[in-house]
Design a protein around this ligand. Sequence first.
Ligand SMILES: NC(=O)c1ccc[n+]([C@@H]2O[C@H](COP(=O)([O-])OP(=O)(O)OC[C@H]3O[C@@H](n4cnc5c(N)ncnc54)[C@H](OP(=O)(O)O)[C@@H]3O)[C@@H](O)[C@H]2O)c1
Length: 322
Amino acid sequence: MKAIVFTKYGPPDVLHLKEVEKPAPKDSQVLVKIHAASVNAADWHLLRVDPFVVRLYFGLLKPKNTILGADISGLVEAVGRNVKHFQPGDEVFGDIFRSGFGGFAEYVCACEDALVLKPANISFEEAAAVPVAAITALQGLRDKGHIQPGQKVLINGASGGVGTFAVQIAKSFGAEVTAVCSTRNLDMARSIGADRVIDYTKEDFTKNEQRYDLILAANGYHSISDYKRALSPKGIYVMAGGSGAQMFQAIFLGPWMSMAGGKKMGSLTAKSNQKDLIFIKELLEAGKVKPVIDRRYPLSEVAQALRYLEEGHARGKVVITA
Ligand SMILES: NC(=O)c1ccc[n+]([C@@H]2O[C@H](COP(=O)([O-])OP(=O)(O)OC[C@H]3O[C@@H](n4cnc5c(N)ncnc54)[C@H](OP(=O)(O)O)[C@@H]3O)[C@@H](O)[C@H]2O)c1
């Protein structure tokens, strides 16, 4: 089969299209013929071993797993003998991070519990856009942010992969949503349900009088003290991604800043699981969430897709087509 392979860490130039052996499923695995995948920040963090600590988990000197790609959708081609819930011909999607990546290829073997049946009302490309970004948004809003109906919720970075899901998921919880994005994305943010939009090129939401019950920062973009100021007295700040300094602030200063009571400042490490993916599947089926796809690249152009994502201005998700 064809796959995008890397045998040493580095920039996207180290990725190459290669013929490799088609995998065979172990007893508890499902073999999926991949129809689409999507790129995530995790792919380029792993590729560039940025931060350095990535080496401790994925190979000190060279990568243990040589094919990246966590988000996939496709057709089940074969199942191991212990697989209970899938059969050949099923349309599935999922996050195969815990199965060792492998989504930038024609086939992959994944653990049964990484996959869920694809909703019939969305395409394979849309399904591949969902898992990592939507689960991050869901866990940030629901599990860390304790989102409640009627709350004022602000999503910073609302036009990216995580942000476009966060806006829609927050709306599905009955929140009043403010989306922060740049001028060119204001209409898109409104179209996916944002009640208010703030153009970050014209207005700094941390400096006006408005206060929010919950802020999800898809990327930091501001200091933790700016976010604290923008929260209501019992408000919660959740940082999903950001620069090294912003992550340090959220992870190490956040708990200290939260000790006084009142405002809670923290970060999120999303953990993919089948239950949450089923929750999101139901939102997709109900039409409450619709993936926003920015660009599509063929498998041979995964490097270009990652370079584009790394620029930090994707509008929704970047998808790899079979
Ligand atoms: N914590 C976790 O477990 C977890 C899981 C998954 C992902 N993440 C992290 O989540 C972060 C977000 O990922 P993503 O896929 O949504 O892509 P992304 O590349 O971070 O977001 C792109 C979007 O950010 C917007 N943006 C750029 N500068 C901005 C600013 N100053 N203010 C507001 N928006 C701005 C861009 O809009 P314009 O083009 O209009 O500027 C673009 O639409 C990444 O850092 C990733 O590492 C964390």
